[in-house]
Write a protein that binds this ligand. Sequence first.
Ligand code: MEV
Length: 338
Amino acid sequence: MTVCSAPGKVYLFGEHAVVYGEPAVPTAIERRATVTAEPRDDDHVRVEATDLSLDGFTVEYTGGTGDRPDVDVPTPLVEAAMGYVDAAVRQARAAADAPAAGFDITIESEIPLGAGLGSSAAVVVAGIDAATRALGKPLDRREIADRAYRAEFEVQDGQASRADTFCSTMGGAVRVEGDDCEPMDAPNLPFVIGFDGGAGNTGELVAGVRELKSTYRFADDTVAAIGDIVRTGEGLLGEAVPEADANRELLVELGELMDFNHGLLAALGVSARSLDAMVWAAREAGAHGAKLTGAGGGGCIVALDPTGEVETALSYTQGCEDAFQASLATEGVRVEEP
Ligand code: MEV
């Protein structure tokens, strides 16, 4: 039996603009998905998911998600979860040259599903690592990231960027620019996350920004301005020192850039009333800065706050379903004790 875990992520800076070739900085958060893989004697795949923000479910299938089993949870959620597991298993079989390998797979996740925190990427990354290790063919991190990206690309009909899977595999902060992904140095960042319980439609939001860009010059300029913020933020992260106390000024400056980034995303039409309410509640409670994270339209905000007060304020904010602190996850995918 092999157990691997991988973290979720937030965008410190750069979502949406990254689609047009600007750099972005996603950062891994200490909220993990854990996948256990046990090889079987046959070619079946049995999946037990105890917490994917669904009621726990167990399914067994031989082929693909087309053989959807009879389980008592909403079909789209099961199919979404199963699609990712299925794609991860296919990548692991191909990487290990074991096309008929079967597995018992268990998934546990602390990352809310569909909230823009990279839950599917974390499941796919941890799943590929666990399944290939269980077959005695461990992969290096770059290959895990690449295969996880291909798995997401397949499930999301080509709508996946490399950001989530690369960040979840490597941990820490990463820089993404087109297909170029590199880990970067970053100090610990005291994130607080607010979740409105919903999710925007990424495809529609990306299409909306594209439409705006083709109609208004300001939208082009806004995307370029987000790119400038990312480059300034990268420079700041590069100046961080290991002692957390010495980085207060850095957190203030990063927070200010996060505020600018949120304003520019709002100008592109991808914020929402619930996200703006959480961003303002976080700022008023003393956050160094706050912004939406991911595609927007609903879902999550991320704030920088070392005090714990922002989490409390968010938990009392109308429209906020869940608020929690999550430090930067320095480790990406890793093996856990069974
Ligand atoms: C969605 O999490 C982030 C976007 O930039 C889309 C993408 O990069 O694929 C909006």
